[in-house]
Design a protein around this ligand. Structure first.
Ligand code: HSE
Length: 309
């Protein structure tokens, strides 16, 4: 059996416009890398975190990675010591599933290091607990795509019912991360507690349409369905340049665009790489116009999930 392991887990786009807390997909990059080493200490310890600018807790009871690893070891009754080295290769508070990438990387790495005592689907509740530590809510729409790869529907949380959806081969995602920080916890707290019945009807139609469009590779249907009547009106206020970016990418031929997770990142879907790359340039130039630095990513839907390095 191994004494150490290194795992990459991908970033993800949650909500995908109309599917608040129930839809998400994984991308090829960015992502997080975690290295675990067995130790004789009998403790789970975080020895190093890089790429976070000192923002993440080194306390093993507060960091998402160590919390999920401790829960896992506790459930299995294993008392081996584990040293954690986390390399954040993605921005924090970006809406790209940063805490989810850490949780997924951690749970996959410890399962692999211990010779896979649990099946893939049994790892999901642990990764969800990592989200609870990070933002107070155990939402699965980042961790499930991060763990399974692909486009994922969370049909139900209780009992947990997660379905990986087949997506068209040519689908590309473009992401822009403007250098503004929005904490998921805050972005959840500002949401309206009640919604109009008519908005719920429109939203349900769009979720159903988006899923049908993905399953049948009907790009027109995907495009018509990518609208959010419930969350976007409230959250977009937190994102300078949001409407300008969205309008510009739709003009360039995006199928649809929206807030990535809780923001501030914005994502767009397109049906070819050339459009996806043009969209990336446009997103960056819109933010340059606002004098806000940003980085962009272009990726197919990541079907692989975490990777052992
Ligand atoms: N569904 C979650 C939210 C995703 O929008 O709050 C957070 O990335």
């Amino acid at each position: 059996m191994r004494d150490s392991i290194k795992v990459f887990a991908p970033a993800s786009v949650a909500n995908v416009t109309c599917g608040f807390d129930i839809l998400g997909f994984a991308v090829d990059q960015p992502g997080d890398e975690i290295t675990l080493k067995k130790s004789d200490s009998g403790k789970v310890s975080i020895l190093q975190i890089t790429g976070d600018g000192g923002a993440l807790p080194m306390d093993a009871d507060k960091n998402t990675c160590s919390v999920v690893i401790k829960m896992f070891l506790n459930d299995l009754g294993i008392d081996t010591g584990i040293d954690i080295y986390l390399d954040k290769k993605m921005p924090l508070g970006s809406g790209l599933g940063s805490s989810a990438a850490s949780s997924v990387a951690a749970i996959c790495a410890i399962n692999e290091l211990l010779g896979k005592p649990k099946k893939l689907e049994e790892l999901l509740p642990y990764a969800m607990e990592g989200e609870r530590v990070a933002c107070g809510a155990a939402h699965a729409d980042n961790v499930a795509p991060g763990l399974y790869g692909g486009f994922v529907l969370i049909r139900s949380y209780d009992p947990l019912d997660v379905i990986k959806l087949k997506t068209p081969d040519k689908l590309y995602a473009t992401l822009v991360h403007p250098h503004i920080e929005v904490q998921t916890k805050d972005a959840r707290e500002i949401l309206r507690k009640r919604i109009y019945f008519k908005d719920s009807v429109k939203q349900s139609g769009n979720v159903a349409g988006l899923i049908a469009g993905l399953l049948t590779s009907d790009y027109g249907l995907i495009s018509r369905s990518m609208h959010d009547y419930i969350v976007e009106p409230t959250r977009s206020i937190l994102i300078p340049g949001y409407n300008e970016v969205k309008d510009a990418v739709m003009d360039l031929g995006a199928l649809g665009a929206g807030i990535s997770g809780s923001g501030p990142s914005i994502f767009a879907l397109s049906k070819d790489k050339i459009t996806a790359e043009k969209i990336a340039l446009k997103m960056k130039s819109v933010y340059a116009g606002f004098r806000i630095e940003s980085e962009t990513y272009v990726s197919k839907i990541n079907q692989a999930g975490p990777k052992i390095l």
